[in-house]
Design a protein around this ligand. Structure first.
Ligand SMILES: [Ca+2]
Ligand SMILES: [Ca+2]
Ligand SMILES: [Ca+2]
Length: 287
Protein backbone atom coordinates (compact mmCIF):
# COMPACT_ATOMS: atom_id res chain seq x y z
CA UNK A 1 0.00 0.00 0.00
CA UNK A 2 1.39 3.30 -1.10
CA UNK A 3 2.21 5.66 1.77
CA UNK A 4 1.33 9.34 1.52
CA UNK A 5 3.79 11.77 3.06
CA UNK A 6 2.46 14.42 5.38
CA UNK A 7 3.22 18.09 4.63
CA UNK A 8 5.70 18.26 7.50
CA UNK A 9 7.51 15.15 6.21
CA UNK A 10 7.69 16.65 2.71
CA UNK A 11 9.13 19.89 4.18
CA UNK A 12 11.73 17.88 6.13
CA UNK A 13 12.79 15.94 3.02
CA UNK A 14 13.04 19.19 1.06
CA UNK A 15 15.37 20.68 3.67
CA UNK A 16 17.47 17.52 3.65
CA UNK A 17 17.84 17.70 -0.15
CA UNK A 18 19.03 21.33 0.10
CA UNK A 19 21.36 20.61 3.00
CA UNK A 20 24.53 20.17 0.86
CA UNK A 21 23.84 23.54 -0.77
CA UNK A 22 23.29 25.09 2.65
CA UNK A 23 26.55 23.63 3.97
CA UNK A 24 28.35 24.88 0.84
CA UNK A 25 26.93 28.36 1.48
CA UNK A 26 28.20 28.31 5.10
CA UNK A 27 31.62 27.07 3.95
CA UNK A 28 31.87 29.82 1.32
CA UNK A 29 30.91 32.39 3.94
CA UNK A 30 33.66 31.16 6.27
CA UNK A 31 36.29 31.25 3.51
CA UNK A 32 35.30 34.78 2.51
CA UNK A 33 35.53 35.90 6.12
CA UNK A 34 39.03 34.40 6.34
CA UNK A 35 40.26 36.17 3.17
CA UNK A 36 38.97 39.50 4.49
CA UNK A 37 41.33 39.05 7.44
CA UNK A 38 44.35 38.72 5.17
CA UNK A 39 46.74 39.97 7.81
CA UNK A 40 46.05 36.90 9.97
CA UNK A 41 47.63 35.83 12.29
CA UNK A 42 48.34 39.50 13.03
CA UNK A 43 45.55 41.63 14.47
CA UNK A 44 43.22 43.72 12.32
CA UNK A 45 44.05 47.40 11.90
CA UNK A 46 40.98 48.98 10.29
CA UNK A 47 40.36 52.53 9.08
CA UNK A 48 36.60 52.96 9.02
CA UNK A 49 36.14 56.02 6.82
CA UNK A 50 34.08 55.30 3.73
CA UNK A 51 36.22 57.77 1.79
CA UNK A 52 39.19 56.60 -0.25
CA UNK A 53 42.22 57.11 1.96
CA UNK A 54 43.84 59.48 -0.53
CA UNK A 55 41.01 61.99 -0.36
CA UNK A 56 42.96 64.05 2.12
CA UNK A 57 46.36 62.48 1.49
CA UNK A 58 46.42 60.49 4.72
CA UNK A 59 47.84 57.47 3.02
CA UNK A 60 51.16 55.68 3.49
CA UNK A 61 53.34 56.94 0.64
CA UNK A 62 57.00 56.35 -0.08
CA UNK A 63 58.96 54.24 2.36
CA UNK A 64 62.74 54.20 2.40
CA UNK A 65 65.07 52.42 4.80
CA UNK A 66 68.75 53.31 4.42
CA UNK A 67 72.00 52.64 6.20
CA UNK A 68 74.97 54.97 5.90
CA UNK A 69 73.31 56.78 3.01
CA UNK A 70 72.65 53.59 1.03
CA UNK A 71 69.03 52.55 0.53
CA UNK A 72 68.34 48.93 1.47
CA UNK A 73 64.59 49.11 0.84
CA UNK A 74 62.47 51.55 -1.10
CA UNK A 75 58.82 51.60 -2.04
CA UNK A 76 57.76 54.43 -4.31
CA UNK A 77 54.81 56.61 -3.35
CA UNK A 78 51.80 54.42 -4.15
CA UNK A 79 49.25 56.76 -2.53
CA UNK A 80 46.24 54.74 -1.40
CA UNK A 81 46.65 51.14 -2.50
CA UNK A 82 44.23 49.78 0.07
CA UNK A 83 40.54 50.51 -0.26
CA UNK A 84 37.24 50.82 1.60
CA UNK A 85 36.31 47.13 1.21
CA UNK A 86 39.51 46.07 3.00
CA UNK A 87 39.11 48.84 5.62
CA UNK A 88 42.20 50.49 4.08
CA UNK A 89 44.50 47.60 5.06
CA UNK A 90 46.99 46.12 2.59
CA UNK A 91 49.52 43.31 3.03
CA UNK A 92 52.33 44.56 0.77
CA UNK A 93 54.43 41.40 0.64
CA UNK A 94 54.03 37.79 1.65
CA UNK A 95 57.76 37.06 1.35
CA UNK A 96 60.55 38.94 3.12
CA UNK A 97 61.21 42.15 1.20
CA UNK A 98 64.17 43.42 3.23
CA UNK A 99 66.38 42.45 6.17
CA UNK A 100 67.32 44.46 9.26
CA UNK A 101 70.23 43.44 11.43
CA UNK A 102 70.26 43.39 15.21
CA UNK A 103 72.37 46.20 16.62
CA UNK A 104 72.43 48.20 13.39
CA UNK A 105 71.30 51.80 12.82
CA UNK A 106 68.99 52.82 10.00
CA UNK A 107 67.30 55.93 8.66
CA UNK A 108 63.57 55.35 8.22
CA UNK A 109 61.58 57.59 5.92
CA UNK A 110 57.80 57.48 5.52
CA UNK A 111 56.52 60.04 3.06
CA UNK A 112 53.33 61.35 1.59
CA UNK A 113 52.37 63.70 -1.22
CA UNK A 114 53.37 66.89 0.54
CA UNK A 115 49.85 68.30 0.49
CA UNK A 116 48.78 70.84 3.07
CA UNK A 117 47.14 68.20 5.28
CA UNK A 118 49.27 67.04 8.17
CA UNK A 119 49.20 63.68 9.86
CA UNK A 120 51.06 61.02 11.77
CA UNK A 121 52.80 57.80 10.73
CA UNK A 122 53.19 54.90 13.15
CA UNK A 123 55.72 52.12 12.50
CA UNK A 124 55.84 48.82 14.39
CA UNK A 125 58.13 45.80 14.02
CA UNK A 126 57.42 42.47 15.70
CA UNK A 127 60.98 42.00 16.93
CA UNK A 128 60.39 38.69 18.72
CA UNK A 129 58.36 37.17 15.88
CA UNK A 130 55.39 36.05 17.97
CA UNK A 131 52.73 37.65 15.74
CA UNK A 132 51.99 40.74 17.80
CA UNK A 133 53.41 44.23 18.27
CA UNK A 134 52.86 44.47 22.01
CA UNK A 135 56.03 43.07 23.61
CA UNK A 136 58.33 45.41 25.51
CA UNK A 137 61.04 44.90 22.89
CA UNK A 138 58.80 45.32 19.84
CA UNK A 139 59.82 48.38 17.89
CA UNK A 140 57.59 51.43 17.63
CA UNK A 141 58.09 54.98 16.40
CA UNK A 142 55.67 57.80 15.53
CA UNK A 143 56.70 60.10 12.70
CA UNK A 144 54.79 63.40 12.76
CA UNK A 145 54.16 64.50 9.22
CA UNK A 146 54.34 68.20 8.48
CA UNK A 147 56.16 67.68 5.23
CA UNK A 148 58.29 64.68 4.46
CA UNK A 149 60.40 63.47 7.36
CA UNK A 150 62.65 60.71 8.54
CA UNK A 151 63.88 59.30 11.84
CA UNK A 152 66.93 57.33 12.92
CA UNK A 153 66.17 53.89 14.34
CA UNK A 154 68.28 51.20 16.02
CA UNK A 155 67.39 47.53 16.00
CA UNK A 156 68.16 46.12 19.47
CA UNK A 157 70.33 43.07 20.01
CA UNK A 158 67.67 40.84 21.60
CA UNK A 159 65.59 40.20 18.46
CA UNK A 160 64.44 36.77 17.26
CA UNK A 161 66.03 36.10 13.86
CA UNK A 162 63.76 35.07 10.99
CA UNK A 163 60.78 36.33 9.05
CA UNK A 164 58.53 38.79 10.83
CA UNK A 165 56.25 41.75 10.16
CA UNK A 166 56.54 45.53 9.90
CA UNK A 167 53.33 47.58 10.11
CA UNK A 168 53.04 51.18 8.90
CA UNK A 169 49.91 53.22 9.66
CA UNK A 170 48.84 56.77 8.85
CA UNK A 171 46.17 59.01 10.31
CA UNK A 172 45.03 62.61 10.38
CA UNK A 173 46.89 65.04 12.65
CA UNK A 174 43.80 65.90 14.73
CA UNK A 175 43.59 62.30 15.98
CA UNK A 176 46.98 62.73 17.67
CA UNK A 177 50.28 60.93 17.52
CA UNK A 178 50.21 57.17 17.33
CA UNK A 179 51.23 55.35 20.50
CA UNK A 180 52.52 51.81 20.69
CA UNK A 181 49.15 50.32 21.66
CA UNK A 182 47.62 51.63 18.41
CA UNK A 183 49.05 48.79 16.29
CA UNK A 184 45.59 47.24 16.10
CA UNK A 185 43.29 50.16 16.94
CA UNK A 186 40.28 51.12 14.85
CA UNK A 187 41.02 54.43 13.12
CA UNK A 188 38.90 56.70 10.95
CA UNK A 189 41.07 58.24 8.20
CA UNK A 190 44.30 56.71 6.97
CA UNK A 191 45.84 53.53 5.61
CA UNK A 192 47.73 50.53 7.00
CA UNK A 193 50.45 48.66 5.10
CA UNK A 194 52.07 45.45 6.36
CA UNK A 195 55.42 44.12 5.13
CA UNK A 196 56.88 40.68 5.55
CA UNK A 197 60.54 41.29 6.35
CA UNK A 198 63.34 39.47 8.13
CA UNK A 199 65.61 40.07 11.08
CA UNK A 200 69.12 38.70 11.35
CA UNK A 201 71.75 38.52 14.04
CA UNK A 202 75.51 38.74 13.70
CA UNK A 203 77.13 35.31 13.43
CA UNK A 204 80.65 36.60 14.04
CA UNK A 205 82.72 39.53 15.31
CA UNK A 206 85.78 40.60 13.38
CA UNK A 207 87.23 44.09 13.02
CA UNK A 208 89.23 44.63 9.81
CA UNK A 209 89.94 47.29 7.21
CA UNK A 210 92.06 48.00 4.15
CA UNK A 211 94.64 50.76 3.75
CA UNK A 212 97.42 50.86 1.17
CA UNK A 213 100.84 49.99 2.57
CA UNK A 214 102.28 53.15 1.09
CA UNK A 215 100.54 56.47 0.47
CA UNK A 216 101.75 59.89 -0.60
CA UNK A 217 101.79 63.31 1.00
CA UNK A 218 98.88 65.55 0.00
CA UNK A 219 96.97 62.64 -1.53
CA UNK A 220 93.77 61.27 0.11
CA UNK A 221 94.37 58.02 1.98
CA UNK A 222 91.30 55.77 2.17
CA UNK A 223 90.62 53.50 5.13
CA UNK A 224 87.97 51.08 3.90
CA UNK A 225 86.11 49.13 6.56
CA UNK A 226 85.61 45.42 5.92
CA UNK A 227 82.24 45.66 7.73
CA UNK A 228 80.06 48.05 5.77
CA UNK A 229 76.86 47.03 7.60
CA UNK A 230 75.55 45.14 10.59
CA UNK A 231 77.73 46.82 13.21
CA UNK A 232 76.59 49.10 16.03
CA UNK A 233 79.65 51.37 16.02
CA UNK A 234 83.14 51.85 14.61
CA UNK A 235 85.79 53.75 16.53
CA UNK A 236 88.94 54.68 14.58
CA UNK A 237 92.13 56.15 15.99
CA UNK A 238 94.36 57.29 13.11
CA UNK A 239 97.53 59.15 13.97
CA UNK A 240 95.94 60.08 17.31
CA UNK A 241 92.71 61.45 15.83
CA UNK A 242 89.33 59.75 16.46
CA UNK A 243 86.70 59.03 13.79
CA UNK A 244 83.36 57.26 14.15
CA UNK A 245 82.29 56.87 10.52
CA UNK A 246 82.29 53.50 8.77
CA UNK A 247 85.11 54.53 6.42
CA UNK A 248 87.67 57.31 6.78
CA UNK A 249 89.65 59.43 4.32
CA UNK A 250 92.67 61.40 5.55
CA UNK A 251 95.39 63.53 3.97
CA UNK A 252 98.83 63.59 5.62
CA UNK A 253 101.29 66.44 5.45
CA UNK A 254 104.41 64.81 6.87
CA UNK A 255 106.25 61.75 5.68
CA UNK A 256 106.57 58.87 8.08
CA UNK A 257 105.09 55.63 9.35
CA UNK A 258 101.59 55.96 10.80
CA UNK A 259 99.30 53.74 12.87
CA UNK A 260 95.57 53.17 12.41
CA UNK A 261 93.41 51.33 14.95
CA UNK A 262 89.80 50.29 14.38
CA UNK A 263 87.49 49.06 17.16
CA UNK A 264 84.22 47.64 15.81
CA UNK A 265 81.22 46.71 17.93
CA UNK A 266 78.27 44.47 17.16
CA UNK A 267 75.82 42.51 19.33
CA UNK A 268 78.53 39.97 20.14
CA UNK A 269 80.97 42.53 21.60
CA UNK A 270 84.02 44.51 20.44
CA UNK A 271 87.03 43.58 18.33
CA UNK A 272 90.02 45.69 17.31
CA UNK A 273 92.63 45.72 14.55
CA UNK A 274 95.76 47.89 14.27
CA UNK A 275 97.77 48.41 11.09
CA UNK A 276 100.67 50.63 10.12
CA UNK A 277 101.33 52.27 6.79
CA UNK A 278 103.93 54.56 5.25
CA UNK A 279 103.35 57.99 3.90
CA UNK A 280 106.06 59.09 1.46
CA UNK A 281 106.91 62.18 -0.50
CA UNK A 282 105.25 62.15 -3.89
CA UNK A 283 107.27 60.10 -6.32
CA UNK A 284 106.65 60.70 -10.03
CA UNK A 285 106.90 57.92 -12.59
CA UNK A 286 110.39 59.19 -13.49
CA UNK A 287 111.97 58.28 -10.16
CA1 LIG B 1 49.96 53.27 0.19
CA1 LIG C 1 55.89 40.59 19.34
CA1 LIG D 1 53.84 38.91 22.46
Amino acid sequence: MKKTLTKSSQRFLSICKRMPLFLLFILTLLLNTKSASAQSPYCNSPHTSTLACNNYEWYVGEIDISQGGTSIFNKANDQCNANVSTTHYHLMSTTASFDLQAGANYTLFVGSSGSGYTGHRGVWIDLNGDNDFTDAGDFFVNIPYTGNGSVNITIPCNVVAGNTRMRVRSRYWNYGAYVKSNACSSEFYGETEDYTMSLSKASGLSSDFFVADTSYLGTPVNFVNSNQSGYIAHDWTIDGTSHTTTNVTRVFSAAGTYSAKLVSENCLGKDSTTKSFDCSSYCSSSC
